[in-house]
Write a protein that binds this ligand. Structure first.
Ligand code: GDD
Ligand code: MG
Length: 353
């Protein structure tokens, strides 16, 4: 039996103005009219033999998270609340510690760590990838799911494939998180590397042992913050002042780059990380001019443009390669090639108070 652990504590700032501090992207309906990214993540597990998902997110989003999980059919699912974001290495440590609480020392529950903000089009392929990963995780490997890279993306981790371990499964020779542009281009050209999808399968104790080896400081603080957690209904609220002292780090830097115990299952499941507006445009259904529109939109002579009109009519004339996101209180107009910089707008808003 696997235990899905859903990480939902990110900020999604590149998807401003739809993604906001109080309503970040994992809680938004971005690729589906009815389900949020979190709800799609949970729905993807349907039909698998798995425990109720364990959710880990920021305290500020507790009601949003609980309500969306309830709508998805998980009324009593456990939600771990972080008082502040310390990135994924601590978040996964808290989840692992929660899973091994009060169980026998020789039990090592398998945790399927999922990001709450990915799109996966082929659910059958996703589930079959997980089945392939189970025996590897049972042999104490840290299994990640690799995607054949499409371009020299610098926002992802890269996995160099080692010897074959089974069908579509390899040991990991090297894991490099977010390389610079030149390195990413070399990796792409070599044909030796897969992208890290940011989903993992491993035993909870296996992860904790690796973290103990590479970042004992993070593990010690997470243990203390969870020992001092308060429980209220299905929320586990970790101790605020203890957790505030936790160093910030992602699982990718803290563990995956350092361990020599990783394996990768290659996944061809129509995976994408909806990290920016251009990524959303790419996965959206488009008309014959390459436009993806939602809401009330009138377009004339418009090409390869994403328009999302939430509260007003939006009209475009003679434009190309734009992203136009209209919401009640803010409007974004950006070139599709520069949407990574939308986060700079968010920084400005924060700094200007
Ligand atoms: N609970 C919690 N707390 N969740 C968090 C936190 C945190 O402090 N920080 C991030 N998350 C969640 C996000 O909501 C997202 O679902 C997931 O963890 C991954 O975090 P991102 O911040 O989106 O990571 P990334 O996209 O930069 O990089 C990761 O994903 C890439 C693929 O999308 C890495 O694993 C890369 O190696 C990978 O290629
Ligand atoms: Mg991401």
């Amino acid at each position: 039996m696997i235990h899905p652990v859903i990480m939902a504590g990110g900020t999604g700032s590149r998807l401003w103005p739809l993604s906001r501090q109080l309503n970040p992207k994992q809680f938004l309906k971005l690729t589906d009219q009815h389900l949020s990214m979190l709800q799609l993540t949970v729905a993807r597990l349907d039909g698998m033999e798995s425990a109720d998902p364990l959710l880990i997110c920021n305290e500020d989003h507790r009601f949003l998270a609980a309500e969306q999980m309830r709508q998805a059919g998980y009324k009593d699912t456990r939600i771990i609340l972080e008082p502040c974001g310390r990135n994924t290495a601590p978040a996964i440590a808290l989840a692992a510690l929660q899973l091994v609480k009060n169980i026998d020392e020789n039990q090592n529950p398998l945790m399927l760590v999922l990001a709450a903000d990915h799109l996966i089009k082929d659910i059958a392929a996703f589930q079959s990838g997980i089945q392939k990963a189970i025996p590897l995780a049972q042999e104490d490997k840290l299994v990640t799911f690799g995607i054949v890279p499409g371009h020299a993306e610098t926002g992802y981790g890269y996995i160099q494939q080692g010897p074959e371990l089974g069908e579509n499964s390899f040991s990991v020779s090297r894991f490099v998180e977010k390389p610079d542009q030149k390195t990413a281009e070399e990796y792409l050209a070599s044909g030796d590397y897969l992208w890290n999808s940011g989903m993992f399968l491993f035993g909870a104790r296996t992860y904790l042992q690796e973290l103990q080896k590479h970042r004992p400081d993070i593990l010690a603080i997470c243990q203390a913050a969870l020992d001092d957690a308060s429980e209220d209904l299905h929320f586990t609220r970790v101790n605020e002042s203890v957790f505030a002292e936790c160093p910030e780090d992602s699982i990718d830097y803290a563990v995956m780059e350092k361990t020599d115990n990783a394996a990768v299952v290659a996944l061809d499941a129509g995976w994408s990380d909806i990290g920016s507006w251009s990524a959303l445009w790419e996965v959206s259904e488009k008309d014959s001019c390459g436009n993806a529109f939602s809401g009330d939109v009138i377009a004339h002579n418009t090409e390869s443009t994403l328009v999302r009109a939430d509260s007003r009519l939006v009209a475009t004339v003679g434009v190309k390669d734009l992203v136009i996101i209209e919401t009640k209180d803010a409007l974004l107009v950006a070139h599709k090639d520069q949407v990574q910089d939308v986060k700079k707008v968010v920084e400005r808003i924060k700094n200007d108070g």
